[in-house]
Design a protein around this ligand. Sequence first.
Ligand SMILES: Nc1ncnc2c1ncn2[C@@H]1O[C@H](COP(=O)(O)OP(=O)(O)OP(=O)(O)O)[C@@H](O)[C@H]1O
Ligand SMILES: [Mg+2]
Length: 255
Amino acid sequence: MIELVNVAKHYGDKIALKDLNLKIREGEIFGFLGHNGAGKSTTIKCLVSTINPTSGDIFFDNQKLGDNRLAIKKTIGYVPDTPDLFLQLTANEYWNLIAVAFSLSEDTKNQQIAKYTKLFDFENKGNELLDNFSHGMRQKAILIGALLSDPDVWILDEPMQGLDPQAAFDLKELMKAHAAKGKTVIFSTHVLDTAQQLCDELAILKQGELIYNGSVDELLASAGDESLESVYLKMAGRQSEQQTSAVINSESSEA
Ligand SMILES: Nc1ncnc2c1ncn2[C@@H]1O[C@H](COP(=O)(O)OP(=O)(O)OP(=O)(O)O)[C@@H](O)[C@H]1O
Ligand SMILES: [Mg+2]
């Protein structure tokens, strides 16, 4: 179990995250939802330890992240919110870097690369520079890198972004299979259908605050027969369609 206890992140005067308390259980797919700037990537970066919370603690199986950083990081596969990294490396050089960081044997590395490049239709691209890939191809290269070490904990920041429908489908199947093995899958998304299909549990953030934590079913049950889109927009966004119409019409009348 992963536990966040009163986790906050401030950037100067800006509060990106306010006293977040969450429990994320193994064997479940846990999804973060929230508008742009709500704090999803900030939470994820705290979890994978690329940034430190301003206050609060994070525990992986009762071990404090701050005190066991390296050991815990070895159990995590992370897909960051942008695939525009290490652009001057080829895909193979990037995967080799990860294999060294995670102390993978040559055989394991090659088997994993063969498995995932086949799955994601990415064979024979290893010697190309990441810089020369399309956005979705970079996303695939980063995703394959994140899965190379067969990590127990997957932490994926908008992982379907830019993936073609086949790759997005395959990734969703991988996520379900990983959780079904009793492992942990955490991801963020803006696609409500994806959240509805995948998530056992949701956290909805708004301006750095947790405004919902529970299952999709519980959320929908609390709102009669409304769609997830409608429930989500009422919680995280404008309160009604009329407010959106008012903004659209005011913009068009000024133009
Ligand atoms: N390095 C930084 N310096 C200052 N403010 C930051 C920094 N990183 C994030 N923020 C702020 O923290 C808040 C939360 O950002 P975050 O990236 O977590 O949002 P998000 O929910 O991931 O949004 P998106 O859906 O656009 O990816 C925003 O107000 C953002 O401007
Ligand atoms: Mg983000």
